[in-house]
Design a protein around this ligand. Sequence first.
Ligand SMILES: Cc1ncc(COP(=O)(O)O)c(C=O)c1O
Length: 410
Amino acid sequence: MKRYEDLSPSLRCIMTPGPVEVDPRVLRAMSFPVLGQFDPEFTGIMNETMEMLRELFVTDNQWAFPVDGTSRSGIEAAMVSLIAPGDRVLIPIFGRFGHLLHEIAERCGAEVLTLEKEWGCVFDPEEVIAAMKSFKPDIVAIVHGETSTGRVQPLAGIGRACREQDALLIVDAVATIGGVPVETDAWLLDAVIGGTQKCLSIPSGMAPVTYNARAEAKLLKRKRVERGLRTGEVQVEALDFVRSNYFDLGMLQDYWSPQRLNHHTEMTSMLYALREGLRLVLEEGLEARHARHALHEEALVAGLTAMGLKLYGDPQSKLTVVTCVLIPEGVDGEAVRTMLLERFGIEIASSFGPLKGRIWRIGTMGFSCRENNVLRLLGALEGALLRHGHAVPAGLGVQAALDVYDAKVR
Ligand SMILES: Cc1ncc(COP(=O)(O)O)c(C=O)c1O
């Protein structure tokens, strides 16, 4: 019989745009005993998690809860619940995850209009608003922080335009939540999806979502209660009922409401993880957390620049928590990444589609976003580049980052 060894994953320094290192307090919370899903102790934890999510999303929305599944489960739940077949959906695309929104909207049977921006840039909100005026969408779906290109899309004005045209605005804030400001109410966002495995430093497996009363009104019209849960009252069912059971937000909100109408079996250990991760965010404070992410970005960028490396993309729209570096001419990007992982225990990311082989993507997110990680990465990257025959000015990268830290922190 084959013998399987004890699991002993290596301790890595993870500097990718997710998943990133998990805070030890979150890991500890995941090892706590499982409670039954209707145990008042557990439903109390569900309620506290909702309260903390409202603070994270900066919203007074009634609904803020996690969808169980990876981040795209939250995106899919929002889209499948809010997009009825035949709805007109406008999707501005500036990287891989905009294409994901397109893909999901098509599967919802929407009539989709996409706007495409050259990768490395973002839209002027006025371009989106102009397209809304001619296309008259029912829904606008857009990515806030695009990890594939390291860009952040300004959302100012798009929410207001959606209100004026009675469209709903769905925002993928998977990469930005907990790392850079996401102001659900102030920016008039109707549905927002966050991610756990990035700036929240929780493992992948839950997708926090929030949506307002405008969004709720639409999804309740399309809600369908599962047959085995019906109480005998006559069900008036919309013809365009939500075509997914798992992702029907109307049913999910019943489960998260005092009614506790059973849907799936809540992921106990993941919920403990989310609760602890949110507690960490709120203890640090949103503003302080955003400032921390900005500081380590500054040190990283100073170090990379001092090494003579060039950053990819329009600097105006750089996403704080993802730094994209052009792989220097003649350097085998994958060989450098492999060396970083195997010899230094550091992981950085490659890229997708048109950027495959052209850039490295370095994340400074959540628990991974700290001084010793940034310094370690800069030193290791210098070593790996020299080892691959690329001349970098020895020592300058780490010194430039140390200068930032010495000036700002000490
Ligand atoms: C901006 C963005 N949206 C959506 C996703 C999809 O998330 P998941 O892989 O957790 O389903 C990712 C994942 O990297 C992402 O970066």
